[in-house]
Design a protein around this ligand. Sequence first.
Ligand SMILES: NC(=O)c1ccc[n+]([C@@H]2O[C@H](COP(=O)([O-])OP(=O)(O)OC[C@H]3O[C@@H](n4cnc5c(N)ncnc54)[C@H](OP(=O)(O)O)[C@@H]3O)[C@@H](O)[C@H]2O)c1
Length: 341
Amino acid sequence: MSNASPTEQVDPSRVPSFPLADGSKIPAIGLGTFGSDHVTADTVASAVIEAGRMGYRHFDCAAVYANEPEIGGALAQLMAAGIEREQLWITSKLWNDKHDKNDVASACEQSLRHLGLEYLDLYLIHWPFRNYHPPGCDGTSRSKDSTPYLHDRYMETWRELERLHQRGLVRHIGTSNMTMPKLELLLRDATIHPVVNQLELHPHFQQPELFEFLVAHRILPIGYSPLGSPGRPDRDRTPEDTVALEDPGIVAIAENHGIHPAAVCLKWGVQRGNAVIPFSTKTRNLLSNLQAVISDPLTSDEMQVIAAIDKNVRLIKGQVFLWREEQCWEDLWDLDGSIAK
Ligand SMILES: NC(=O)c1ccc[n+]([C@@H]2O[C@H](COP(=O)([O-])OP(=O)(O)OC[C@H]3O[C@@H](n4cnc5c(N)ncnc54)[C@H](OP(=O)(O)O)[C@@H]3O)[C@@H](O)[C@H]2O)c1
């Protein structure tokens, strides 16, 4: 890890933020920390330190990324160097094998212990399925205990998140990888409103209908894989996948601004109204991603050009969470508006 020199720092107060339904503010850019099964925990932790020195204040973590203890060490170093806990926004997520009501609190407490924190700013249910798959498995891996989405069981888990909120262990609670029909049920039954939904969002997968639904229900969209996840695991690659960073429309806009196509994707996300959580372990990329959200915006014409290049190509298909052999990944995403059984 290299120390960020003064010229490589961004004043965190210049980084835009989004208001949540309860009035809190979340920084519009966070550092993703999923090493995609090939970047080590120590390398990700080094990136967290470097990013914090550079001006990042928002870190997107998860128990299943298997690096929370190392990230906890990195956060401790940043706080020892003068960054106050209140200036940080730390998210973690509950993994699929910990949805049972007897497991949720201990899973959250373990993430807190690993991260060295007394509270999380945001805790998400990572996927709306209890279906476990082992880390590093391939795309054909299925657990024999897998089930479809069962709303009563999801609510059992959500109630535990509500209790964590009441205990002050998590400041906000939210969802991830939810669809509109599932969210409609949650919004009907939740006592505490979900303040965010984390979902795949990049210029080739814009999810306009879900995006508008979230905004209409005061749920902030947090866009994961905002660069099209060029380092994603092999199980998440298919021949139909497209590459937003190479899209001629994105490349032309990048050339006009003299920036990398990655910066165009991030500007587009934040200007559209979603937080972005790009992953990187490279100094140059960490810096240019942060600078992207504080430098000159895209024009409305450029925003329209990008709106028109949506290819509806989902990259993170989630097929390991399927519950029957003959299914295809589309069954996870309720494409016909009803929850697949
Ligand atoms: N809720 C969920 O189910 C879910 C699912 C997937 C991801 N996530 C979260 O979202 C985060 C981001 O998603 P992601 O990691 O899949 O993909 P991503 O952020 O779209 O892409 C990350 C990749 O892009 C490269 N990169 C970063 N900045 C770059 C730049 N300026 N120029 C060129 N290449 C650049 C990185 O390589 P270098 O290291 O070489 O820069 C890395 O390989 C994850 O880390 C995780 O925190 C959540």
